[in-house]
Ligand binder design. Structure first.
Ligand code: 5GP
Length: 204
């Protein structure tokens, strides 16, 4: 197991700031890892780069990827498909590299079924009041929509019971620090290093 990289799955309720925390980890190269670039049918936002932020593809291409079994998991989120290409993830893990996925809770559940060895990190808001304030602050949603989002978040927060770690996104810097500590600890967890030691004692 030790010569295999860690599969790090960062997930959590919508609106919690997964994308921002992921970007901070990627931009600051907080620890050595490869980011798994997802495939999506949504259009690029200004500044987003194809092959770096996402592989932006047509609906036909996405359906083909599903049919060919090219995806580890996929989901339809507000009318657009998002999926994790399987081959690069397998290859990078095999090469001993840690791989980071940033996906929604539905996708994380599917990854857990297929790759239970992964490290599943659940990002949470400090409390529902803060989530409410953040959604209000965006100023893009009506009070009704915000209430719906909070209701959805209440249900999604309970999904953390299937995860390994809960990290509070109070500030991005704190969340990133906690994630780094988790990755460091996972690298020395006995279940991941025991095979190395088994080999070591056999050789002597
Ligand atoms: P956005 O369009 O804002 O970049 O992403 C929308 C949502 O899709 C976010 O919650 C993000 O975590 C999720 N997402 C991004 N890539 C994937 C993926 O490959 N699979 C799944 N299931 N969700 C994804």
């Amino acid at each position: 197991m030790a010569d295999k990289g860690l599969l790090l799955v960062l997930s959590g309720p919508s609106g919690v700031g997964k994308g921002t925390v992921k970007s901070a980890i990627v931009e600051n190269k907080v620890f050595p890892f490869e980011y798994s670039v997802s495939m999506t049918t949504r259009k690029p936002r200004p500044g987003e780069v194809d092959g770096q932020d996402y592989f932006f593809v047509s609906e036909e291409r996405f359906q083909e990827a599903i049919k060919n079994g090219e995806l580890l998991e996929y989901n339809n989120y507000v009318g657009h498909y998002y999926g994790t290409p399987l081959a690069p993830v397998k290859e990078m893990l095999h090469e001993g590299k840690d791989v980071l996925l940033e996906i929604d809770v539905n996708g994380a559940q599917k990854v857990r079924e297929k790759m239970p060895d992964g490290v599943f990190i659940f990002l949470t808001p400090p409390d529902l009041h803060t989530l409410h304030l953040r959604l209000e602050h965006r100023g893009t949603e009506s009070e009704d929509v915000i209430r719906g989002r909070i209701k959805q978040a209440r249900n999604e927060i309970l999904e953390m019971e299937d995860y390994d770690y809960a990290v509070v996104n109070d500030t991005v810097a704190n969340a990133v620090d906690h994630i780094k500590a988790i990755v460091d600890a996972e690298h020395v967890s006995v279940k991941r290093v025991i095979d190395d030691y088994r080999k070591m004692v056999k050789e002597d």
